[in-house]
Design a protein around this ligand. Structure first.
Ligand code: NAG
Ligand code: NAG
Ligand code: NAG
Ligand code: NAG
Ligand code: ZN
Length: 562
């Protein structure tokens, strides 16, 4: 063990990798046509708005039907609708690029056309367009079907551990380093290599699409949605402002891990092996709070038992969430929400249990899907998902292209800002779930530590995933795996617990890579979360320490949030 660790452990030195390039995209270089007739542009956009809303409704109904009832039939229906939508997107793109949109005098028309022409991959030929979406769907399928073997048992009969919940639970609960290495390695060995070739072809096609749109590569196209020429620099600056805090947390955690596991596994001055942090990606360290809390004996803030004692149900949890928002003066949930949402895991069929909030794009239908259990985590999730619904309701009157977060990190930033208020001891006391007569310095410090283990620990990971992807799109697919580990060492200070080679593709251990889902939005959301929370607390007239702020019943905070 010791040797294995040492040969792969590199000390935490600053590697002079590429820095994020400065962005300066002149719109003139983006694709556009010659039609400068404003009347025709507005006519096209009206039609688009109408058709896109209907298309969105149909696709989301089909996706919902599958997610809440996973039959082959429902999957086929969903795939059909998604193919319709892809065709529709391509046709709309072709119509949009006929306009000389940069020359239009109407700023709204100009922006709508810009959003339409710069999104997506419709610039590819039909054949390549189908190919890239086919590749992504195959990569997702491959990822979703990965099953690993339990520790010390390679009998194929037992090699059926799934990511959620088996693998995640083992990473969170096992404290046996040998078992953790096994799980970690199995997962990484079985996710990356089977899809590496497909991923390389995907990179090629994504870049072709971006270049035909006028971008230098697909990474530039991904960043363009932020409409911020200084985006790259801003990212660098924000990370600079966070990294000292991260290093303090890192050093504290390393010391606790050293006490727990000994110098056989942890070096006093080196990086932390990625398998010991309670999470496959070392992104959320709160799962090993038992090792890390400064006051393990202090009263826990977990109110799950109290919830059970008070007879909470999934329905009453959502009613409590609704009451939180109406106490701020925000909207109540529409009747369709209560009629069609899925609050409980059904026992007569297979469903996707990941909690999510849905906008069916018709201004009427909004739903949450959650396999709710009566506990504190799920109570917080219910509030989180309902924040998304509140956001949907707030922009329901906007044109289709604006019915989304102000930037790709905004939705999550809003939802999590509210959660900072919900989950603190002050709020839990006010809603009668936490008796704060025992609210001590120790309890509070543990609360803040758990927050740090979730949020501060996550920052470098959220930051680096797309740094890696931008790099691949910009510099090509050689040395993809060593580039991944360079970034993980540089920003997170973690190293792989087993030997890695170029045949591996360890970034693909995270679903967002094979599934073609952007990641930097989670980093942006993390920053926004605290900025929005602080602004809401100021509006609510909060004084004193920020983590004690609860915006419950503050109309002023509600107005600002709205
Ligand atoms: C699930 O979907 C099937 C179609 O595949 C349908 O026949 C069935 O009624 C659905 N079940 C529920 C509970 O909606
Ligand atoms: C797992 O296998 C290793 C090596 O074969 C052995 O030393 C260890 O005792 C086994 N552990 C368990 C829990 O079976
Ligand atoms: C809160 O705890 C204190 C001390 O343990 C106890 O005296 C009091 O009755 C409790 N209050 C409630 C509302 O449970
Ligand atoms: C308990 O909560 C009440 C009301 O929120 C507050 O006034 C009081 O100071 C709190 N007590 C402690 C010990 O935190
Ligand atoms: Zn969310």
């Amino acid at each position: 063990m010791k040797n294995a660790l040492h040969s792969f452990a590199r000390v935490l030195v600053v590697i002079s990798l590429w820095e994020i390039e400065v962005l300066c995209i002149s719109d003139a270089r983006l694709i556009q046509g010659t039609n400068a007739n404003l009347g025709e542009a507005l006519q096209f956009l009206r039609e688009y708005d109408n058709e896109a809303s209907q298309m969105c409704f149909r696709v989301n109904i089909a996706r919902w039907n599958y997610a809440t009832n996973m039959t082959d039939h429902n999957k086929r229906r969903m795939v059909e609708e998604q193919m319709h939508k892809e065709k529709f997107d391509k046709v709309s793109w072709k119509k949009a690029i006929a306009f000389d949109w940069t020359a239009l005098s109407d700023p709204m028309a100009k922006r709508h056309l810009k959003l339409l022409v710069t999104k997506g991959r419709a610039s590819l030929s039909d054949e390549k367009y189908n190919e890239i979406y086919h590749l992504i769907s195959e990569m997702k399928d491959t990822y979703n079907h990965v099953r690993i073997c339990p520790f010390n048992n390679y009998d194929p009969k037992f090699c059926n551990l799934e990511l959620d919940p088996d693998v995640e639970t083992l990473m969170a609960h096992s404290r046996n380093p040998a078992e953790l290495i096994h799980i970690w390695t199995e997962w990484h060995d079985k996710t990356g290599p089977p899809l590496k070739n497909k991923f390389m072809r995907y990179v090629q096609l994504a870049n072709q699409a971006a270049r035909m749109n006028g971008f230098s590569d697909a990474g530039e196209q991904m960043r363009y949605v932020y409409e911020d020429d200084d985006f790259g620099h801003e990212l660098v600056e924000t990370w600079k402002s966070l990294q000292d805090l991260y290093k303090q947390l890192f050093t504290y955690v390393r010391k606790k891990l050293l006490i727990r596991y000994g110098s056989e596994y942890i070096r006093t001055d080196g990086p932390i092996p990625a398998h010991l942090l309670g999470d496959l990606w070392a992104q959320d360290w709160s799962k090993i709070a038992d090792i890390l809390l400064p006051y393990p004996a202090a009263k826990s803030l977990d109110v799950s038992e109290e919830m059970l004692k008070q007879g909470f149900t999934s329905l009453s949890m959502f009613q409590m969430a609704e009451e939180f928002y109406t106490s701020l003066g925000l909207k109540s949930m529409p009747p369709e929400f209560w009629r069609h949402s899925m609050f409980d895991k059904p026992n007569d069929r297979k469903v996707q249990c990941t909690a999510s909030a849905w906008d069916f794009c018709n201004g009427i239908d909004y739903r949450i899907k959650q396999c709710t259990e009566v506990n504190m985590e799920h109570l917080i999730t219910a509030h989180h998902e309902m924040a998304h619904i509140q956001y949907y309701l707030q922009y329901a009157e906007q044109p289709f292209l604006y019915r989304d977060g102000a930037n790709p990190g905004f939705h999550e930033g809003i939802a999590n800002a509210v959660i900072l208020s919900i989950s603190n001891p002050i709020h839990l006391h006010r809603i009668g779930l936490f008796n704060n007569s025992t609210n001590t310095f120790e309890t509070n410090t543990n609360f803040l530590m758990i927050m740090a283990l979730k949020k501060v620990a996550y920052a470098p990971f959220a930051y680096l995933v797309d740094q890696w992807r931008y790099r691949i799109f910009r510099d090509g697919v050689q040395n993809m795996n060593s580039a991944w580990w360079d970034l993980r060492l540089r920003y997170q200070g973690v190293v792989p617990p087993a030997k890695r080679k170029e045949q591996h593709l360890d970034a693909a251990a995270k679903k967002h890579i094979p599934a073609d889902i952007p990641y930097i939005n989670y980093y942006i959301a993390l920053l926004l979360e605290f900025q929005i929370y602080e602004a809401l607390c100021n509006a609510a007239g909060h004084t004193g320490q920020l983590h004690n702020c609860d915006i419950y019943r503050s109309r002023e905070a509600g107005r600002l949030l709205g």
